[in-house]
Design a protein around this ligand. Structure first.
Ligand code: FAQ
Length: 330
């Protein structure tokens, strides 16, 4: 029955009748909202899908530190610098938390990170865009963390226990990030010079469409959605979440006194939602192929960071080994 409930995506999924007894029992557990834990039986593809999604999510958090890291040295005040550094550290924490959740599925962290560095793993398209002015720090917090929250709040109810529990903490921190981002923009719009107000509008103009792309391809073009919805890894489709984000963001945009670069955006009374213009999907797929404005720079920065930090990891291992020997001898 669950198969009929999911009409999205480009790949067909199995019906209960087509499943073997183990898989059927697994699906019934999911349908009864019982969480799947690391030691429980799970279909290979459920495990693979989760490793794919959680590793991509972890990589996004880690690469996502770079566009904001770009502004730490140029934050306008000490207070803003401290806030920005705290936010970036939170994102690092989310990445590490998510890699740990991924490891509970038997994946190897070093191997997954190597896939990222060799360009074989994906991470969120949004982090391949540059951050060109201080208002981008507000717009990233407001729009990028805002989109991340809309996507991640339902993931608190995802079917895999460790992922769902990780999301509870991550969402609390992301909500705070979204507010601090919005406050930067509100401050610039209310107290800034005309040049600063123009920066806000410029940041929104550049980041609006890439933020909408964060939710992934449209439902009709999404290969993974049907199965992920049936397994309750995803609780809503890409298009549902994109619409939810737009509906809740436009009133905030109006309060700022700004606009989005979409002449087709308008409230649709009948649907009870905003209508919006066509997303440039060619641009999205080019970014996924590695051809966005900053893809190469981002991966190079991550590769350098791993190389430059090698001595710290080696020293930590040497220290741990020495301590272990001392404890064994005592
Ligand atoms: N960018 O069939 P679907 C953050 C890929 S965290 C790149 O629809 P799915 C915090 C997709 O992986 C942001 N690739 O796939 C922060 C799939 O690839 P594959 C990250 C994308 O998985 C804020 C293919 O396209 N959040 O921002 C994108 O069912 C500020 C087909 O797509 C998460 O990862 C994209 N935008 O749905 C940090 C949340 N969209 O492997 C720092 C968890 C799709 O089949 C600063 N993830 N693709 O070749 C999810 O909810 C899902 O994975 C989706 C994609 C919704 C992203």
């Amino acid at each position: 029955m669950y198969a009929q409930q999911v009409e999205t995506g480009t790949k067909a999924i199995k019906s209960l009748a087509e499943m073997g007894p183990e898989e059927r029992a697994f699906q019934e557990k999911i349908d009864a909202e019982i969480k799947i834990e690391p030691k429980n039986w799970m279909p290979d593809n459920y495990r693979k899908t989760l490793i794919r999604q959680i590793s991509q999510h972890a990589h996004s958090e880690i690469v996502g530190m770079l566009p904001e890291g770009n502004w730490v040295t140029r934050a306008p005040t000490l207070k803003r610098k401290l806030q920005l550094m705290a936010k970036i550290q939170d994102e690092a924490g989310h990445g590490l938390y998510l890699y740990s959740a991924m490891e509970t599925l038997g994946a190897d962290r070093d191997e997954e990170i190597e896939k990222l560095h060799s360009g074989r793993a994906k991470y969120s398209s949004i982090f391949n865009y540059p951050t060109l002015n201080w208002a981008d720090m507000g717009a990233v917090g407001w729009l990028v963390d805002g989109a991340a929250i809309v996507n991640q709040v339902p993931l608190q109810r995802t079917s895999y226990g460790p992922y769902s529990r990780a999301m509870i903490r991550v969402c609390k921190e992301e909500s705070f990030h979204q507010r601090q981002g919005y406050e930067i923009l509100l401050h610039m719009m209310r107290h800034g010079t005309q040049a600063q107000k123009d920066m806000v509008q410029d940041a929104i103009n550049r980041l609006w469409w890439p933020s909408l792309m964060m939710f992934g391809p449209s439902d009709a073009e999404s290969p993974n959605s049907a199965q992920s919805m049936a397994w309750k890894i995803k609780r809503h489709t890409n298009d549902e979440l994109r619409q939810r984000f737009i509906d809740q963001t436009i009133p905030q945009l109006e309060l700022l006194g700004c606009t989005v670069p979409d002449p087709d955006l308008k409230w649709n009374e009948e649907r009870g939602h905003y209508d919006f213009g066509e997303i440039q999907w060619e641009e999205f797929y080019e970014v996924l192929k590695g051809n966005g404005p900053c893809n190469r720079e981002r991966l190079e920065t991550r590769r350098n960071a791993i190389q430059d930090g090698a001595w710290v990891r080696e020293a930590a291992v040497a220290h741990a080994n020495k301590k272990q020997k001392q404890q064994a001898a005592a």
